[in-house]
Ligand binder design. Structure first.
Ligand code: ADP
Ligand code: MG
Ligand code: ZN
Length: 470
C-alpha cells in the first residue's frame, strides 16, 4: 500500500514595527535582557493595553502580500494559560475573527507549480523567552520579547513533501521581506515554523496529525518532515496508532521527540478580549495600503525572466534581498544592459558585500563603472578594482579612476609609438612572424600591452600592431 504525507504549517512572523503591540516599549532583538519592558508588557495588575495601529497596518500588508481577504471587522481574543513566559497569564490573540482569510502563494518545485492555500492569518502578542541554564539547573526569563507583535499564518494541509514546504517557506520569507513587514530570520526566531503532519493511505480520509516545533532552519524543517513521515508510516504499518501530540525536533539526533499531548481548544477558554475594541477596517483603507505595497518577488521574478531575459538563477538571487534588487534596477537604468548588470552583481558585488560597505556605497556607482568598462574607458580588471575601492572607502568612480590613473590609453599616436619601440627591441620575433610563425604575434601583442601598462584597449592594440607588421 502506498502512503502519502499530508502537511499543514503554522508560521509565526515577528513584525518589525518600531514599538510593541500594546505599549510603547521598543521592538528590538538582541538587547540586554529585561531592558525593554514596562508594566503593560510585564502584565502587572491594573495596566491596560492600547493597540499599536502600525501592527494592524503591517498585518494588512501581510494579508495583501499573501493574497488574502482582509476582514471588515477583526477582533482580539483572550487565550488563557498559565506559564512563566507570559506573566499576565493570558495571551491576546485572535480566534473567532482573524485579520485575514483565504489567501495563497504559488510555489514551484521539481514537480511543477502548485498553489498552497492559506486558511487564515491573525495578530497576537509574543511571550517572553525562557532560557534553561544547564549549568545551574535554573531557568532565566527575558521579558523583552513580551508584546512583540506577531502574525500567525495558518496554511491548509496542502503540502505533500518536504520539498514543497521548503519552497513555500522560502517564497514566504522573500515575500514578507520585500513587503517590509519582517526580516524573517528563522535562526533569530523572527520566523518560527510548526509542522503539522499526518500520513494516510492514498485515497483515505486525513489521518491523525502531530505538530513538530523547535525548527531553527529550513534544513531542520526538511529533516524533521522526513523523519516524522517515516516514523508515522512505520507505526501505522505495524498496526499501531498515531497520538495527537506536540513533538520537538532534536537537531543533533535528527529525530522528533514527544513533548506533550496536544492541548484541546477549550482548555484555553478563549473569549473576546474586553480591553481592546473590535477593529473596523474600511475598504478605502485596505486599498490605500495595497497601493503602497511594493512589487513582490513572484511578480519580479517573472518580469526579470520574461522582459529582462535573465536566467532563472539570476532572478532567484536578485529576489532574495530588496537591496540587491534595487541595486540591479539602478544599475540597469544606467547601463541598459540587464545581463551585464546582473553578472556584476552576482559575481563582483556579492563577493565583497557587507553591511558596512553598503552603508556608504552609492548604488549608482556600479552602473557608471560598468559603462566605463563597456565603452573602453577602463578595462574590466580596473573596473573590479574601482568597485572594490569605492565599496571600502567611498568616493565616485570618475574620481577613483583618475586618482589611480586607471584610464585606458586611447590616443592612437601614443599606442603606435609604444608598439614601434616593442618591434624595434624584438627584431627576431618580427622576423619569425613574417616567416609565418603565428605564435610570435602573441608574444609581440603581450609585450605591447605591457609596454602600455595594460591600460590600452586590447582590440585597438591588436589592430595597430597588425598594421605596423605589414
Ligand atoms: P488547531 O486549531 O487544533 O491547531 P487547525 O485546524 O487550525 O488545528 O490546523 C492547524 C494546522 O494543522 C493547519 O496548518 C492545518 O493545515 C494542519 N492540519 C490539520 N489537519 C491536518 C492533518 N490531518 N494532517 C496534517 N496537517 C493537518
Ligand atoms: Mg492551531
Ligand atoms: Zn512595554
Amino acid at each position: 500500500m502506498a502512503f502519502e504525507t499530508i502537511i499543514g504549517l503554522e508560521v509565526h512572523i515577528e513584525l518589525q514595527t518600531k514599538t510593541k503591540i500594546f505599549c510603547n516599549c521598543p521592538n528590538s532583538f538582541g538587547k540586554k535582557p529585561n531592558s525593554l519592558t514596562c508594566p503593560v508588557c510585564m502584565g502587572l495588575p491594573g495596566t491596560l493595553p492600547s493597540l499599536n495601529k502600525s501592527v494592524v497596518d503591517y498585518g494588512i500588508r501581510t494579508a495583501l502580500a499573501l493574497n488574502s481577504k482582509v476582514s471588515e471587522v477583526t477582533i482580539m481574543d483572550r487565550k488563557n494559560y498559565f506559564y512563566p513566559d507570559l506573566p499576565k497569564a493570558y495571551q491576546i490573540s485572535q480566534l473567532y475573527h482573524p485579520l485575514g482569510t483565504e489567501g495563497g502563494l504559488e510555489i514551484s518545485t521539481s514537480k511543477g507549480n502548485k498553489v498552497i492555500r492559506i486558511h487564515e492569518l491573525h495578530m497576537e502578542e509574543d511571550a517572553g523567552k525562557l532560557i534553561h541554564d544547564k549549568d545551574t539547573g535554573r531557568t532565566l526569563i527575558d521579558y523583552n520579547r513580551c508584546g512583540v507583535p506577531l502574525i500567525e499564518i495558518v496554511t491548509e494541509p496542502d503540502f505533500r513533501s518536504g520539498e514543497e514546504v521548503v519552497a513555500f517557506l522560502d517564497l514566504l520569507r522573500r515575500t514578507l521581506i520585500f513587503a517590509g513587514v519582517s526580516d524573517c530570520k528563522i535562526e533569530e526566531g523572527s520566523m518560527r515554523v510548526d509542522v503539522n503532519l499526518s500520513v494516510r493511505e492514498e485515497g483515505m480520509p486525513l489521518g491523525i496529525r502531530t505538530e513538530t516545533k523547535n525548527l531553527s532552519s529550513f534544513k531542520a524543517v526538511a529533516n524533521a518532515i522526513e523523519y516524522e513521515s517515516k516514523r508515522q508510516t512505520e507505526v501505522i504499518k505495524s498496526g499501531g496508532q498515531i497520538s495527537m501530540e506536540t513533538r520537538r525536533f532534536d537537531e543533533n539526533k535528527l529525530v522528533t521527540v514527544a513533548m506533550r499531548p496536544k492541548e484541546e481548544c477549550y482548555q484555553y477558554k478563549y473569549f473576546p478580549e474586553p480591553d481592546i475594541l473590535p477593529i473596523h477596517i474600511s475598504e478605502e483603507y485596505v486599498e490605500k495600503i495595497r497601493k503602497e505595497l511594493p512589487e513582490l518577488p513572484s511578480d519580479i521574478k517573472k518580469r526579470l525572466i520574461e522582459e529582462d531575459e535573465l536566467p532563472p538563477y539570476d532572478s532567484d538571487i536578485l529576489t532574495t534581498d530588496p537591496y540587491l534588487y534595487d541595486l540591479y534596477n539602478r544599475t540597469c537604468a544606467i547601463t541598459k544592459n540587464p545581463k551585464e548588470s546582473s553578472n556584476w552583481i552576482l559575481t563582483e558585488f556579492m563577493k565583497m558585500d557587507s553591511p558596512d560597505g553598503r552603508r556608504n556605497f552609492s548604488k549608482d556607482s556600479l552602473g557608471i563603472i560598468i559603462n566605463m568598462v563597456l565603452s573602453g574607458k577602463i578595462n574590466r580588471q580596473s573596473g573590479k578594482e574601482v568597485l572594490l575601492f569605492i565599496f571600502e572607502n567611498g568616493g565616485s568612480p570618475e574620481q577613483v579612476v583618475q586618482e589611480k590613473g586607471l584610464s585606458m590609453i586611447s590616443d592612437e599616436e601614443v599606442i603606435s609609438s609604444k608598439i614601434k619601440e616593442v618591434l624595434a627591441n624584438n627584431p627576431k620575433a618580427v622576423q619569425e612572424y613574417k616567416s609565418g610563425i603565428g605564435k610570435s604575434f602573441g608574444f609581440l601583442m603581450g609585450n605591447s600591452m605591457r609596454a602600455l601598462d595594460n591600460k590600452a584597449d586590447p582590440s585597438l592594440v591588436r589592430t595597430i600592431l597588425t598594421k605596423l607588421l605589414k
